[in-house]
Design a protein around this ligand. Structure first.
Ligand SMILES: NC(=O)c1ccc[n+]([C@@H]2O[C@H](COP(=O)([O-])OP(=O)(O)OC[C@H]3O[C@@H](n4cnc5c(N)ncnc54)[C@H](OP(=O)(O)O)[C@@H]3O)[C@@H](O)[C@H]2O)c1
Length: 306
């Protein structure tokens, strides 16, 4: 295991960020660095390229730990008071997160901030929403203070369609004209940073959405304007989405879960606009127009590997 880096401030961190190299973790760790809050970033391999950006952040200490290795998680949690729990969704996510909660309890962590999902429910037909609900319940049962972040579909999730936008000018999804109150990952990270560093967020659940619900046709039109290229929405069936995802190499559990997710969106169950971003951060959420403008260079970048 690589030795943890000395924190820039000289203060030993009492905050642990898991999933630190991911979409939310990358934004969250930047927030903490800007606020001058020392933190420990849990990464599978500190020598990986994905962890390099973290090394340059003020106040960052890297620790090697793997959700599948409880002892390493226990070491990462040593001396920690507040922890951010995020794994990517997978067939192992529920077990990984339940193990993390138990390790946190044993390590004396006081407050867990869990990345959950909009409409998490043990009765949901969507597998992601079921496992998030199971973990939320375990955290409540553990007696630790908690903050549950329940974001809707990420705006940045549309980057998965970058190639079809570039090659065919198409954004496709099995969603018809249903609206979704999509949210910017940067606002989720801001809510997590607030819960980790400020008082007043204990035992709260924040439903995180953008400021408006949009159809994918409306999102395609906004992307078209921001990218200065035609982007048309194409409504497809669930089988076509499944075939596309499997072709990208995604495993069956995850691909079928995303199809369930889209059926849930199609039923109009993710169209409500909630106030969670404003409540958690004191700031209004970013609009889709802002997202499209800020990420236009990323959508338009066709250099290899991007
Ligand atoms: N996408 C959406 O629209 C959406 C909407 C609502 C909620 N969510 C929820 O958001 C979460 C995903 O967030 P995200 O997009 O930020 O995730 P992500 O980008 O996929 O990041 C996953 C992180 O977990 C780390 N990781 C993976 N396996 C690990 C292991 N065995 N041990 C330690 N670390 C491990 C990864 O590290 P490496 O760098 O080592 O791989 C990475 O830092 C999921 O819980 C999902 O349900 C997503």
């Amino acid at each position: 295991m690589t030795s943890p880096q000395a924190p820039a401030t000289g203060t030993s961190p009492t905050i642990l960020i898991s999933g630190a190299t991911g979409n939310i973790g990358t934004e969250l760790t930047k927030h903490l660095a800007v606020r001058g809050v020392p933190f420990r970033a849990m990464v599978r391999n500190p020598d990986e390229k994905s962890a390099q950006g973290l090394r340059d952040l003020s106040g960052a200490e890297l620790v090697a730990a793997d959700f599948n290795d409880p002892a390493s998680v226990g070491r990462a949690l040593s001396g920690i008071e507040r922890a951010f729990l995020l794994t990517h969704s997978s067939a192992q996510a529920e077990a990984q997160q339940l193990s993390f909660v138990e390790q946190a309890r044993q390590a004396g962590v006081r407050h867990l901030i869990k990345q959950s999902q909009w409409a998490a429910s043990a009765e949901s037909p969507v597998r992601f929403l079921r496992y998030h609900a199971v973990v939320e319940q375990a955290i409540e049962d553990s007696g630790l203070a908690y903050t549950f972040l329940r974001p809707n579909l990420f705006m940045q999730g549309l980057l998965a369609f970058k190639q079809s936008i570039q090659a065919q000018g198409q954004l496709f999804a099995p969603i018809g004209e249903a609206k979704v109150s999509v949210v910017d990952v940067r606002d989720i990270a801001a809510a997590a940073a607030a819960a980790l560093t400020e008082p007043g967020h204990a035992n709260k659940t924040y439903n995180l959405t953008g400021p408006q619900a949009l159809t994918h046709r409306e999102m395609a039109a906004e992307l078209s304007a921001a990218l200065h290229r035609p982007v048309a929405f194409v409504d497809v069936g669930p089988a076509e989405l499944l075939a596309f995802l499997r072709k990208t190499g995604m495993d069956t559990w995850m691909a079928e879960g995303l199809v369930e997710d889209y059926a849930h969106y199609h039923r109009g169950e993710a169209a409500e606009v909630a106030l969670g971003v404003q409540e958690a951060t004191g700031q209004p959420p970013r609009s889709f127009v802002t997202f499209a403008h800020d990420y236009a260079p990323v959508f338009n970048d066709d250099s290899p590997g991007h």
